[in-house]
Structure formats: C-alpha cells, structure tokens
Design a protein around this ligand. Sequence first.
Ligand code: B12
Ligand code: SF4
Length: 474
Amino acid sequence: MNRQSREVFLFVNLSVDSGYYGVNHGIAYLVPIVRKHSYTASLLHIGVEMGDEEFRRTIRNLNPSIIGYSFTSPQLKFLEKYSKAASDLPGILQIAGGVGATVSPEAVLLRTSVDGLVIGEGEIPLDLLLTARREHGNIYETQGFCWRVKGELRKNAIPQFVSDLDKLEFPDYGLFDHDVIFSVGTHLSVIVSRGCPYSCNYCSNPVLRGVYPSRHGYCRVNSVEYSIKLLEHLIREFPKAEGFGFEDDLLISRKKWFLDFADEYRRRIRLPYRINVRAEDVDEEIVEALEKSGCFQTLLGVESGNEDFRKEILNRHHSNSELISKAKLIRKAGIKIFSFNIVGFPFEERRHLRDTLKMNRQIKPDDGVCTFFYPLPGTKLYEICRKEGLLCSEGRLEMPTNYNTYPMIPKSLRQREACIKTQKQLKRYFKRTTIRKIRRRVRRNRRRIENRVREYFVTRMSRQRLLARWTKDP
Ligand code: B12
Ligand code: SF4
C-alpha cells in the first residue's frame, strides 16, 4: 500500500437551510476520480449550520489531506465560514467547486480561505490536480483551477469539457446518507445530461456554458444504453427505489434521443418517474412516449404568466396559448403537472403577478411552487438589477439560503407585499388542488367500496333466490 492510499479526500456538501436536502450529483461524479488516485473518499453533508468548533473537531477526526467544498452561490457565506475555520489546521489543501465557484471565481477566492477552486466541470481539472500532487508537480499550474498564490490570484486556462459523457464512470452516491438519497420519498434522483439549450435571463445555465473556450457541443447527454445501464446499476445498488426523479435541465429537448430512451426505459426499467419539461418541447409524440414509459409527473416552468414580460425580461419565448395547450395535452394523457413560478422580478408589476395566478388557474396543475426571484451572479438579470440600482446590500442579499425567504428586488414596500400576497395565493391554490385531489380519491374509493358491497349483496341475494327456487322445485 503506498502513502497516498491512506490519504483522505473529504468532500463537504454545503446545503445549509437550502430547502432541499438531496444528493449532490457533482460530488457523486467526482468520487470515482478521487478513488482512481487511491484516496479514501469521505463526505460531510452540512444541511443544518454547525458551529466553527464543531466543524474543526469533525475535520480533525476525519483527518483529510484535501477538503473539496461543493456549493451554489447562496451558500457562499458558509464556504467563507467553514474554510476560515479550517484554515489553520495544518497540512490541509482546501479547494472548492460547483456552480457557486464557476460563476464568480475571483470574488470567492477573495472572500474565503480556500486555496483554489475549479471553474466549470470538475472531472478533468481534479484528475490533473491529483496527478500533479502524486508526481510532485506544480499544482498551481493545474488547468481549470483558479488559485490564490502568495496573495495573488492566478487563473489558469480552462480545459474543454468532457465531450463524451459515456467516458465518465458511473456516479457514486454511496457516501450520502440514506435519508439524503431518498429525500424525495422512495424516488432516486438522477442526472444523465449536462446543459440546457435555452438561455433564460435569471438562470445560471448560460453562464456555465460561457466559461469554456468553445461552447460548441456543450449540451450533452449520455447514450441511451449508458443511461439505462446507469439506472439498472442504481436499482441494484438501492433496491428500495420505487422510481426516479430526472433532475436534468431538459431531457425532452433532444426529441429523437428521448423517444429512443423512453422506449428502452419502458422495456427495461418500468418504474414511475418525474421529469422537467418546457412548453416548446412538448408535443403529442413526446407526451405519448412519456405516458407509455411511466412518467407520472412533469415539472413545468411557468415562471411568469404574462407573455410580454416573459419574453422581454425573462427571455422565454413561448406564448400563453402554447403553455395552456401543452399543459392540456399532458393532463389528457393522465400525467400530473407540477408548476414552477417565480415572483419578485425586476420591473414586475401587479398586473404581471395577477397574470401568473391566472395562468396557473388555466393550466390547472396538480401541485406547484412559487419562489421569490434571487439575482444569481453572472446572469443577465443580475446585471440589469445592478445597473438599475436594484440590488440590496450584500449582507441582505446573502440572508436567504433558498428562494423562499423573501422578495429581494422590489424597491417599494407595496410591491414587496404584492409579491408575498401572490405567493400566498398560489400556495393556497396548490393546497386546494391537493385537497380536491384527496377528496376525489376518497370519493372514488368510497364508490369502489360501495360497489363491492352492492356486488356482494346482489350475488348473495341471487344465490338465495336460486336456492329458494331449487328448494321449491320437486
Ligand atoms: C440537480 C440540481 C439541484 C438538486 C441537487 C443540487 C446539487 N447540489 O447537486 C437540488 C434539487 C437539491 C437543488 C437544489 C438547489 N438548487 Co439546484 N440545480 C440542479 C441542476 C438542475 C443540476 C445540477 C447538477 O446536478 N449538475 C450536474 C453535475 C454533474 O454538475 P455540478 O453539480 O455542477 O458539478 C460539477 C461541477 O460544478 C464541479 N464541482 C461541483 N462540486 C465540486 C466540488 C469540488 C471540490 C470540485 C473540484 C468540483 C466540483 O464538478 C462537478 C462534476 O463536473 C442545476 C442546473 C445546472 N445545469 O447546473 C441547478 C442549480 C445548480 N441549482 C441552483 C440553485 C440556486 C439551487 C437552490 C439554491 C434552489 C433553492 N433552494 O431554491 C438549491 C440549493 C441546493 C444547495 N445545496 O445549495 C442554481 C445554482 C445557481 C448558482 N449560481 O449557484 C442552478 C445552477 C440552477 C439555476 N437556476 O441557475 N438543485
Ligand atoms: S429552460 Fe430552465 S434550465 Fe434552461 S435556461 Fe431556462 S431556466 Fe435554465
């Protein structure tokens, strides 16, 4: 056994009060890389804030030589806190990665105590870093990394992304606790693609593809065979799984791929699943494939119910009528709809908020969520907010760790109250739909029980009548 086989690579998944406690796919894909270099991979999943001293104690116990934090932008303050807490523990290299690092690398390095961070996808840079460490090379030259060397920032060239996703080893979710893996009931969350072809102004996706020398081919998907094999592997590994939740940004946007995949899924997997959809990509063929392959719920982005606002401010170009007709198509196939809504955008007026409510009543989702707009660094809307002086102070901007805390952008109290009111109205609407659904199910069950009872008595009566006839006959 060589010296490195005893070294520990500790992933720290920052997910403090994020409202979601699921697995981190990025970490799951990096675990095989770390193991390939003979490190022991371990994981600290922080869902609830822990004190500095507790963190340091945990680190001392786990004794890593490298800590790799994974974080999204709203978690930056926790990266600052924990990396500072661990900074005086001797002999530990602290690195970070994730969308939070990719969208604002310089700011992260200036504010936190990590030594370096990965910009973009981590498989290639991490492989290069661990190779350099093993071969005693200069780690500060590692491509894809940005470092703080003697107080100066050093940004290295970014290697092209892995163009063939099938070359990657299966992600390893084994380090996550059972309740994190099954945080959405009995469904396993999974991802078989990278990137989204659209460019919504509030989303980090355009920023993520923008970091590469060439964006050509950035939207990638695993082959159908790899994807199905991955699902089969996960079913074997987690036999309790009763379904899948595809967290890919938009699998159905690759129509031919999706039709082939759905066909194979129906033959070989046969478990219910949920998936993200966008109105433009939904058509009869896609809906039929979804239905036949076992999709029980589609997650549909409504975001704003006002067509002009959606086009001009959000860069989403589907019409209201398209949204309504595609939702109808999905409902007709018996597939549930979960609608995603956002309120509190810059320039959003009360009439826009009313339209969002109205749109939900028209598409009739089974359930949904309404969150407050959060200006993510690097996005078009973040820039617009900055130019218009709409961003609140940094301290306040960092208070929420999820999108449900309060509206960040509206300047006037009245507008802010209007957003909160719309969110409440939508919440009530979704709750009522759920109650209606439960009542319908109870009514259906009651009818089924009544029918059974009736059937029982009818058969008993006819049997008695038959018996009576037989006994009368000589
Ligand atoms: C699946 C998903 C989730 C899942 C899982 C989250 C997770 N951490 O994996 C759930 C539902 C839990 C979730 C929740 C949230 N999410 Co989310 N989510 C996504 C989604 C759709 C895909 C992410 C993914 O799995 N990608 C595939 C993997 C392989 O890539 P990756 O995670 O980026 O990891 C790679 C690199 O980043 C890097 N890397 C990652 N970690 C590390 C660590 C080290 C040490 C190194 C070296 C490299 C490295 O290497 C990885 C492999 O290539 C993205 C959209 C997107 N396209 O990225 C949004 C996204 C990441 N989510 C986002 C947000 C904001 C949230 C929430 C805050 C939402 C909320 N609460 O309201 C929460 C917060 C979660 C948290 N822990 O902080 C934003 C983040 C924006 C930003 N600037 O940070 C995104 C980009 C969507 C958007 N609207 O723009 N999310
Ligand atoms: S469609 Fe969804 S994932 Fe794609 S850019 Fe828009 S918000 Fe982001």
